[in-house]
Design a protein around this ligand. Structure first.
Ligand code: NAD
Length: 424
């Protein structure tokens, strides 16, 4: 066989050879343990599903502590170049360097590769211990904007000449008056939210919902208070939905208009009709309310499109309902260039490094998302089923073992071997 690169076709679809070269970053702390377990399952599933016709050619690239120890750099340029050259890559968790110029390696990668979607599917596997009564009602795919907002890294520390300049400018030239309550000791963060950035995120969410025949996209925002940034996100989202997706969607904005012009009953009838016709419903919820709604009535939500900071909170909060970040996968994607970095959503849990005890499911399921992204659907499904069987049989790692009755405790590598045994 002949290992080749994945490429992006002119039609915006990926060309995936039978032996694609895929770069991986094993990660720091528990990264090597969860990566070797995940790789074992991914390789076994691909080999079994495609009878040896397909195989991933893994190519190690460096980031984090391993990179620093070998090259003196936390995120070598060669790593970013490889992520671009091969389009699709996968990574374990990385230590956030303390001090120095890098705020977070993950944020740096997202910015450098312009990975504007952080994709976080949240779904429950039968048997996974959960703090809610009906975790089976949680089945959401969160599209979190990844490059803008207060989270994008434009901040000025208090007491610096930069922050003084900024505060002087805001007070003297922008008329913020006394809104900066303690100007002498304030730090300042900037929250850019653009029409373009909001539109590409909402577009990706709507396309995903239509492709997977899902019932709704919910725009989650805090536009009641931050009217131009988060409020803009909502308005631009609705406008884009109506302009680009026309008949395929029905929005709450259209419902509002119908209510104004034809009355509430007529508006409700239109909404019912749209649902009956299988149109995608595009709605919005304010972020604080959304955090309670996903606990009170998770069934009402399917695809979620939101800004960077809201998305950070929502993803982990929703993940908690289905078993926590130990089993929640994630991906950072630019659907235009095709660049995609699949990743564990937990951190490096340094206390447990090299103990071979942690749950590899987050990274493994990120690998499953990667297979789906590549169009290797059959292998992806086979891993999901084998993982579900393993959990149902209560043969699990310590995090789940501690919360289950009569379970069998497995090491990280034993858990992976068990999943491999359960592959059909
Ligand atoms: P963490 O996710 O590393 O660990 C918090 C706790 O969660 C752990 O003590 C452990 O009990 C549990 N946990 C985490 N992963 C688990 C797994 N796979 N199986 C079972 N239990 C698991 O968060 P932290 O302690 O806040 O951060 C440690 C380091 O990781 C920091 O340097 C942080 O910046 C970094 N971090 C990296 C990423 C990333 O690379 N995507 C994400 C978050 C944190």
């Amino acid at each position: 066989m002949n290992p080749q690169k994945i490429t992006m076709g002119q039609d915006g679809r990926l060309n995936v050879p039978d032996q694609p070269i895929i770069p991986f970053i094993e990660g720091d702390g528990i990264g090597p343990d969860v990566w070797s377990a995940s790789k074992m399952v991914l390789d076994a599933a691909v080999a079994k599903t495609y009878g040896g016709k397909r195989k991933i050619e893994w190519k190690e690239i460096l980031a984090g502590e391993k990179a620093f120890n070998q090259t003196g750099e936390w995120l070598p340029a060669a790593t970013l170049d490889a992520a671009k050259e091969y389009l699709v890559s996968i990574k374990g968790p990385l230590t956030t360097p303390v001090g120095g110029g890098i705020r977070s390696l993950n944020v740096a990668m997202r910015q450098e590769l312009d990975l504007y979607v952080c994709l976080r599917p949240v779904k429950w596997y039968k048997g996974v211990p959960s703090p809610v009564v009906h975790p089976e009602n949680v089945n959401m795919v969160i599209f979190r904007e990844n490059t803008e907002d207060i989270y994008a890294g434009i901040e000025f520390a208090n007491g610096t000449p930069e922050v003084k300049k900024m505060i002087d400018f805001l007070t003297n030239e922008m008329g913020v008056g006394k809104k900066i309550r303690f100007p002498e000791s304030s730090a300042i963060g900037i929250k850019p939210v653009s029409k373009e950035g909001s539109e590409r995120l909402v577009r990706a969410a709507i396309e995903y919902a239509l492709e997977h025949k899902l019932p709704s996209v919910t725009l989650v925002h805090k536009g009641n208070i931050m009217k131009y940034t988060e409020g803009g996100f909502k308005i631009w989202g609705y406008e884009l939905a109506e302009r680009e997706f026309g008949d395929k969607v029905y929005t709450w904005g259209q419902w509002e208009n119908a209510k104004k012009t034809q009355g509430e009953d007529a508006a409700n009838a239109k909404m019912k009709n749209a649902e009956a016709l299988g149109k995608l419903i595009v709605k919005d919820v304010i972020a604080d309310n959304f955090l309670q709604q996903i606990l009170l009535s998770p069934k009402d939500y399917s695809v979620v499109a939101t800004l960077n900071l809201n998305g950070d909170y929502i993803s982990d909060s929703a993940a908690a309902a289905v078993g926590g970040i130990g089993i929640s996968p994630g991906a950072n994607i630019n659907y235009k260039t095709g660049y995609a970095v699949f990743e564990a959503t937990h951190g490096t849990a340094p206390r447990f490094a090299n103990t071979n005890t942690m749950n590899p499911s987050s990274l493994l399921l990120s690998g499953v998302m990667m297979l789906e992204y590549m169009g290797w659907h059959e292998a992806a499904v086979s891993i999901e089923e084998a993982l579900a069987t393993t959990i149902k049989r209560k043969r699990v790692t310590i995090d789940f073992f501690n919360l289950m009755h009569n379970a069998t405790l497995l090491k990280t590598s034993e858990f992976a071997e068990e999943i491999v045994k359960n592959l059909k």
